[in-house]
Write a protein that binds this ligand. Structure first.
Ligand code: ADP
Length: 486
């Protein structure tokens, strides 16, 4: 069945359990980045729709929070099972609108589902405290309560998993949600909403608003006093704006913003493992992940060998439409993304970087937003792509001589989301773990994300954590009750 003929495919707003048109009846077209073809139109939410969705979420919230933890857990688990059952059509839909290879899309659905499973379990483990009081006729109780209505704003690079990773802890905690997915990829979000309803999650608990009016919807979500929390994944610029906008109503905020991950390869590394890690970290989703290796720092003793091995591995990438099973590298999300990566590459070349390898692309790919995988060597530290998120399949290699220098280069960034290092020296591993300024560190691995671990950054990469037992804290208020027995 074509993804657009599946019951998972919906083109309306999801408000209070119903699929509806936008208040001004407008729609917008969503395109397939591999071909430039329009997939379908979808309702374009207005600020009035956002208000309606917030009201629905606010009405549903006390009822949802009043369910027992076990009831919420069982519903999350049923939803998880439906995602697993529909993994294939969900993956096909994801590839259609996002472009990533099908194998990666299947992986993303499994990854998104794993958050539902994890938080179905964590829902049952929301503990409080009883604290020793200052007088013996008193009792100090600490309980945890849902923060209330949560607004989520998510990007297009993981249209299923970025949303699932916010919805799962929110629902586990007893919160209800108004979600604004990225306009580039609304269908995967709407499919998640459809399956939530199928699982029996009540109307109003999850509301989903595809929209091209991000700024206006964002203003309503951040200024409406019925919204208690904003959870955002996206660019640092928009994150800063959301912090400012949320100030007037003092909202809880979780931000997962941009990254500029350093990837350190030391002379003593297992080079084949380092190359395998580099390929996963750099080329997954065509380089469009926030934890992507952005700057490769390679120690001088193995610089040439590592470069040669990486070039050989890159030659194996098969570029094309992600729905072709053989393809391992899909398109970028848009023409704008193509231009941005092109500009960063040109800037680096103008400053003295050299192209060591660049894939040739078939003419038939010209209708899509493809970018050739490119290996750049001798990249100067002042090149824009050393300090800005590349978000494309360009690997930028920089040579270093000492560990101290590598750590200093790695930390010389306003971002601190992910970092990677390949070395066999355990004392060095300890030093890197202590000194690298990052929220997440992969040692001898290029893949670090999973539902059990706390995902999040420091510095201008944001705050708050998603996944793991820490991920629930962001959706819970602490309440202290003092009981007197005198
Ligand atoms: P990117 O450039 O990768 O698309 P953005 O931060 O612009 O990153 O987008 C991430 C999410 O934030 C998307 O859902 C987008 O629609 C939304 N967004 C963009 N601008 C704003 C804004 N001013 N207010 C609220 N949401 C926004």
């Amino acid at each position: 069945m074509k993804p657009t003929h599946s019951p998972l495919f919906n083109t309306g707003l999801l408000i209070n359990g119903e699929w509806c048109a936008s208040s001004d009846n407008t729609r917008f077209a969503v395109t397939n980045p591999a071909t430039g073809d329009v997939i379908h139109e979808v309702a374009d939410a207005t600020p009035a729709d956002a208000t309606r969705a917030i009201n629905a979420a606010a009405q549903a919230q006390p009822l949802w929070a009043a369910k027992t933890a076990l009831e919420r857990s069982n519903l999350l688990r049923r939803w998880f099972a439906l995602l697993q059952e529909h993994q294939e059509p969900l993956a096909q839909l994801l590839t259609l609108e996002q472009g990533k290879p099908l194998a990666e899309a299947r992986g993303e659905i499994a990854y998104g589902a794993s958050y539902l499973e994890w938080f179905a379990e964590e829902a049952k483990r929301i503990y409080g405290d009883v604290i020793a009081p200052p007088e013996n006729d008193k009792r100090i109780l600490v309980t945890k309560q849902a923060v209330g209505v949560v607004a989520t704003i998510t990007p297009w690079n993981f249209p299923n998993a970025m949303l699932a990773r916010k919805l799962a802890p929110a629902l586990a905690a007893g919160c209800t949600v108004v979600a604004k997915p990225a306009a580039e990829t609304p269908f995967s979000a709407l499919a998640l909403g459809y399956l939530a309803l199928q699982a029996g999650i009540p109307a109003g608990v999850i509301n989903i608003l595809p929209s091209t009016r991000a700024q206006q919807i964002g203003e309503e979500l951040t200024s409406n006093p019925r919204v208690q929390k904003i959870s955002f994944t996206g660019s640092t610029a928009v994150g800063k704006q959301l912090i400012a906008q949320s100030a007037s109503t003092v909202k809880h905020i979780t931000l997962e913003l941009g990254g500029n991950a350093p990837f350190l390869v030391f002379d003593d590394a297992d080079l084949d493992a380092a190359v395998a890690g580099a390929m996963l970290s750099k080329f997954r989703n065509a380089g469009q992940t926030c934890v992507c290796a952005n700057r490769f720092y390679v120690q001088e003793g193995i610089y040439e060998t590592f470069t040669d091995k990486l070039a050989i591995a890159m030659e194996q990438l098969k570029i094309g439409n992600g729905s072709d099973e053989a393809v391992t590298l899909g398109p970028l999300i848009s023409a704008r993304a193509q231009e941005k990566v092109g500009a960063l590459l040109e800037d680096a070349l103008n400053r003295g970087a050299r192209i060591r390898y660049q894939a040739k692309m078939d003419a038939e790919l010209s209708a899509g937003y493809f970018f050739p995988p490119t290996l750049l060597v001798d990249v100067p530290t002042e090149a824009r792509l050393s300090c800005e998120e590349i978000f494309g399949p360009v690997a930028a290699l920089i040579r270093f001589s000492t560990e101290e220098q590598a750590i200093q280069l790695a930390n010389d960034s306003e971002y601190g989301l992910a970092a990677y290092a390949f070395t066999k020296n355990s004392a060095r591993i300890k030093r890197l773990s202590d000194e690298l300024q990052t929220g997440m560190l992969g040692i001898n691995t290029g893949v670090i994300s999973n539902a059990m671990a706390p995902f999040g950054g420091i510095k201008q990469s944001g705050f708050g954590r998603e996944g793991s037992r820490y991920g629930l804290d962001d959706y819970l208020n602490i309440k202290y009750t003092c009981e007197s027995f005198s």
